[in-house]
Design a protein around this ligand. Structure first.
Ligand code: ACM
Length: 556
């Protein structure tokens, strides 16, 4: 390090108050809480002539920041490349990868706010991006308005932050099968995820009630599988009952086709747009193509790949009428490989989720062809047949350079090599202790479709269980009893939003917020920094941000 710079940093450091600031009313309301935060004296004031500077590699992230700050401030902040020097400049926000400590990791950053400058330094663009998200939260909540807000002093408290995530996998799953969410609605959710520093969008694209991804080779999947007679799974508030709630809304008119059927699907262009939108926010999209169960929609279109031959129809209620693929028919694998080949082309990320949950294996037990296959393979139970199915698909997924993820049940009968377990009802600890990676999403903490108030009469109809904000905040992703050397196999955790009873975006937002904020802190912040009282203090400010962002949320 150059001597002048060393001196400058020493002076800067001296202007900051001692470390480990105890949270108080003036501590910035950051969610998730950063790893290290030192408050300084004074403020930086954003003005129309503040410049945004970046080294060449960081120009894109700098332009993104300028675009985010523009609507509410009205300031057309200029972005300039800073080719040589990487030190702070007067009345400027500098974004740079130069001289960033690699100790910050692939998503970490340092943010220094002084009275005349802001510097965000990170080894990667993901880290810089998270630094800009923190900077937005340091500004007054009105910064999140999409319209110009006059008479706000756009001040940022002087502070020094060093930050990186606790977990690599910080996710949200959205079920778009039970109810369909448009591309624009998905993009709003991606923006909110990015604000929470979440980085995995698990897109539950297929299930019994709807197939939502266009596949060129099998057009009937969306011609037949994307539609049902009515939105039978949305439950309207009963007339005269007290659970009439403003969050509840039936599906919007744009969710019905010209023939009056409910549904929708994403074109290949829609998918590419969403993947790019997510990538610009450092979010990997993880597509889920359900198999071998939960496949009524696919089998309504192609019943020849089922055990019974059908017919199937997508107008099924949750949990009934489960369709299951026939593993004794070689055509089934050819079909699924054809689907997955197109999925690999559309989704560049490492992970492909193949479901694997709640397989109604009685259909296999009743099928003479499946029984013959089991006999040939020497299987004594149907779990082994599921394992055979998943291993066969896993081999195909691996041959294309991808990693297979499946729900808890894929562990039964023997886990496929390299497979990742998504633990909703167990299996994560076992998988991790056998050297597999796992993502934790236990129902009691991570299913945000559950009630968030014990008084159901005040809430829109939901799945019967109760998961409070405080309970989500108390979640510990590392399973109890896991030997510490296996901790790195726990990639992280995610929230899941199953949408059987959730037919509109405002309702989805109501279920997600503020519980997703709690989950974000669980997966990002250090375990020992969790403080329920302080989280509630910060949430008061975060709710003002959500108001500006036009997000519908539950307020206790
Ligand atoms: C699940 O909730 N069936 C994964």
């Amino acid at each position: 390090m150059k001597k002048a710079m060393k001196n400058r940093m020493a002076i800067l450091a001296a202007t900051f108050l001692a470390a480990s600031v105890l949270a108080n009313a003036t501590t910035p309301a950051l969610i998730p809480q950063p790893q290290k935060l030192e408050l300084g004296a004074g403020e930086f004031h954003l003005s129309p002539d503040t410049k945004i500077l970046a080294n060449l590699a960081s120009l894109g992230t700098a332009r993104q920041l300028a675009a985010r700050l523009r609507p509410s401030t009205g300031y057309p902040l200029k972005v300039h490349v800073k080719f040589v020097s990487d030190t702070a400049a007067d009345n400027a926000i500098l974004l740079t990868t130069r001289n960033a400590s690699t100790n910050l990791g692939p998503e970490g950053y340092e943010l220094t706010v002084a009275t005349n400058s802001v510097v965000i330094r990170a080894p990667t663009q993901a880290g810089l991006f998270y630094g800009t998200q923190t900077l937005r939260q340091l500004l007054p909540p009105e910064i999140f308005s999409s319209n110009r807000v006059a008479d706000v002093d756009w001040r940022v408290p002087c502070a020094r932050i060093e930050d990186w995530p606790r977990f690599k996998w910080r996710g949200l799953m959205l079920d778009v099968s039970r109810h369909f969410y448009t591309k624009a609605e998905v993009e709003k959710i991606l923006d909110l995820m990015a604000l929470c520093k979440l980085n995995r969008f698990h897109w539950h694209l297929t299930d019994n009630q709807g197939w939502r991804i266009s596949i060129k080779k099998y057009p009937r999947l969306t011609q037949i599988g994307a539609w049902r007679k009515e939105s039978s799974l949305a439950r309207p508030p009963a007339a005269g009952k007290s659970n009439v709630h403003p969050a509840w809304a039936g599906p919007a008119a744009d969710k019905f086709g010209p023939d009056g059927r409910y549904g929708g699907f994403y074109t290949r262009k829609d998918i590419r747009d969403v993947v790019a939108y997510a990538a610009a926010r450092h979010i990997m999209v993880v597509p889920e193509i359900e198999m071998p169960g939960h496949s009524v929609a696919a089998l309504a279109a192609y019943p020849q790949f089922s055990c019974s031959g059908g017919p199937y129809n997508t107008n099924v209620r949750a949990g009934v009428g489960d369709g299951i693929y026939d593993p004794a028919n070689p055509g089934t694998f050819k079909f699924l490989e054809g689907v997955l080949t197109e999925v690999f082309r559309l989704f560049p990320g490492q992970y492909v989720h193949i479901g694997g949950d709640e397989v109604r294996k009685e259909y296999w037990v009743q099928s003479p062809d499946c029984q013959a296959l089991m006999k040939r393979e020497g299987f004594t139970n149907a779990d082994q047949l599921q394992s055979y199915f998943v291993k066969r698909i896993g081999k195909f997924v691996n041959a294309h350079g991808r990693t297979l993820i499946g729900w808890s049940e894929i562990i039964k009968g023997g886990l496929a090599p390299n497979a990742v377990v998504m633990d909703w009802i167990g299996g994560g600890r076992e998988a991790a202790s056998e050297g597999h990676d796992a993502v934790m999403t236990p129902t009691g903490y991570c299913y945000l479709n559950y009630y968030q108030s014990p008084d159901h009469s005040t809430q829109p109809f939901a799945a019967g269980k109760y998961t409070s904000l405080r309970k989500v905040y108390s979640f510990e992703p590392i399973p109890e009893g896991l030997p510490p050397q296996d901790d790195p196999h726990i990639l992280g955790a995610q929230a899941n939003l199953w949408t059987e009873w959730i037919a509109s975006l405002p309702h989805a937002e109501y279920m997600l917020f503020p519980r997703l904020c709690a989950l974000a802190e669980v997966v990002w912040s250090p375990k020992d920094s969790r403080d329920w009282t302080d989280f509630q203090r910060r949430l008061v400010v975060d709710e003002r941000r959500l108001d500006e962002l036009d997000v519908n949320y539950y307020h206790d």
